[in-house]
Structures are given as C-alpha cells and as structure tokens.
Design a binder for this molecule. Structure first.
Ligand code: SAM
Length: 258
C-alpha cells in the first residue's frame, strides 16, 4: 500500500496526520536529550518535530521510499529500514517510542507493541495514534463516495484474532496486553481544512490508504460516478469560503514500560 508513495503521501495525508503530533510527542515526553524512536516514520513529520524539541531521533519505516524521504527532510536523524513487528535494535535502547497512524497497518498490533516495549528502557514511554471508529464524517467522505458508486470496501481492517476496538479504551487495552503500565487512551477531534479538488486528487490519483487503493482500481466510468457522488457529498462539509472542513477523530493512547 505504501511502496513508492512518499510523494503522493506528501500531497494528501501528510498534513492531516500532522495534527496530533504535538500531543503525541507530549504523551511520550519527547524533549531535549531524549532518545526517541519513531516507527512507520513516513515522510518524517514526527521526526522533524521531535528534532525541533532537541531529541536524539531514530526512525524506521518499512518502505525504502519513506526512509529516503525522512532522511532527506531531517538529515540529523538516524533513519533506517525496519518492519514491525521486528526492529533492528537491542533491548532497552530508547527512552520514548511513537507510532503515528501506523498500528492499523502492521497486521498484528499486539506483536508490534510488544516489540516497542522490548526496545524501550524501563520507565520509557510509548505513544500511538490511529483513526477512531466509528469514523467522523470527514474520515468517511471518500469511502462513502466510492460506496455510493457501487464499490465494495475491503472486509476487515486487521487479520483474524488481532482486530480491536478503534477507541481510546480499545487501543489502551492493546497497550496493556503488550505489557505497558499507567496506560491511558484518549480521543482528539478536529476539522481538517482542505480544497475539495485537491482532497479528491490526493487520494484518488496517489493511491493513498485503503480508500486511495479502492479508488485507484476503478474503471474510468466507475471513477467518474464516484467523483459525482463525492462532489455532492462534499457540499455538506464545505465551510463559508467553499473549502472543506473535514471532521476527524483520532485515538491517542500512551503508557510506560514498568
Ligand atoms: C499513514 S502513514 C503514517 C506516516 C507517519 N507516521 C506520519 O505521521 O505522517 C503509515 C506509515 O507506516 C509505514 N508502515 C506500514 N506498515 C509498517 C510496518 N509493518 N513497519 C514499519 N512501518 C510500516 C508505511 O510505510 C507508512 O510510511
């Protein structure tokens, strides 16, 4: 889903996924001198923000394209190829670990969190985000347009046995199962401003995320039908200046390695 997508990600979801980053870094207590690991770093938003706080940042991503993008954006960070649930680091290497909108892509989130637990030192903190379910209206806009045009979304979001509630409590439960203590799960709600045409093109042309993959697989006629539904549905989310105000809700969960 992410191979070769760094440039497309920058044009679509990057700015959206940047919203919770200050809260994420606060929850993991990322500050001057902290040894911080960011997993699934994408194009480097979290890495850049952590460096700006004076942290010593290491980052990994499963996609070489993303590793290159983050390395170019934050040359002071150590950026490596790494795929959860196996990280190329010794036990107890880091003071803090973050994963911003990554856990929903890793297949087995408990195995991924157990690995983050392993590489944290005792007292080290983890903080993760992912999209809340039920989704807010801005999160589902493109998917509703695709479904109105008759496109069936892929079934399930994680493999059998590892699905979980995309709520504060649900993600907090995963952290506890992975061994973290002092766990809290909260929700962050905001309205993401976006130009309607750019929002459509960023996902439909870039193939970003599940919905981008769905839209990218459509025939020309199906795509035109989905776009017509999108134009109609988007009107309901337009602000006074015509730009979209897209409601989103993320779960932010954090904990400590005892
Ligand atoms: C939605 S993007 C989030 C990127 C970044 N964290 C941000 O906030 O912009 C998800 C990222 O996770 C990476 N990813 C997906 N599965 C992964 C895995 N198993 N291990 C490491 N990275 C993974 C993808 O390549 C992609 O860069």
């Amino acid at each position: 889903m992410w191979a070769g997508r760094a440039a497309a990600y920058r044009r679509s979801a990057e700015r959206l996924c940047a919203h919770p980053v200050p809260d994420l870094l606060d929850a993991a207590r990322v500050a001057e001198g902290v040894g911080h690991l960011d997993v699934g770093c994408g194009t480097g938003t979290v890495v850049e923000a952590a460096r700006a706080r004076g942290a010593h940042v290491t980052a990994v991503d499963a996609e070489p394209d993303m590793v290159a993008a983050t390395g170019a954006r934050v040359p002071q960070a150590r950026v490596e190829h790494g795929t959860l649930p196996e990280l190329p680091f010794p036990d107890a290497e880091f003071d803090a670990a973050t994963a911003n909108f990554v856990l929903n892509h890793v297949g087995d989130p408990i195995a991924a969190l157990t690995e983050l637990h392993r590489v944290l030192r005792p007292g080290g903190r983890v903080a993760v985000t992912l999209w809340r379910n039920p989704d807010a209206a801005g999160q589902t806009l493109l998917g509703r347009a695709a479904q109105a045009a008759g496109v069936t979304p892929p079934a399930g979001r994680a493999g059998p046995g590892v699905d979980f509630a995309r709520t504060g409590d649900g993600v907090a439960g995963l952290l506890r199962t992975a061994g973290f203590a002092d766990v809290r799960g909260t929700e962050l709600a905001w309205e993401h401003p976006a130009d309607a045409e750019e929002w459509w093109a960023g996902f439909a042309d870039g193939g970003i995320g599940t919905v981008g993959t769905m839209l990218g697989a459509l025939t020309q006629e199906e795509r035109a039908a989905a776009k017509a539904h999108y134009d109609r549905l988007a009107e309901e989310l337009a602000g006074p200046d015509g730009r979209l105000l897209l409601p989103h809700i993320a779960v932010l969960a954090h904990g400590v390695k005892a």
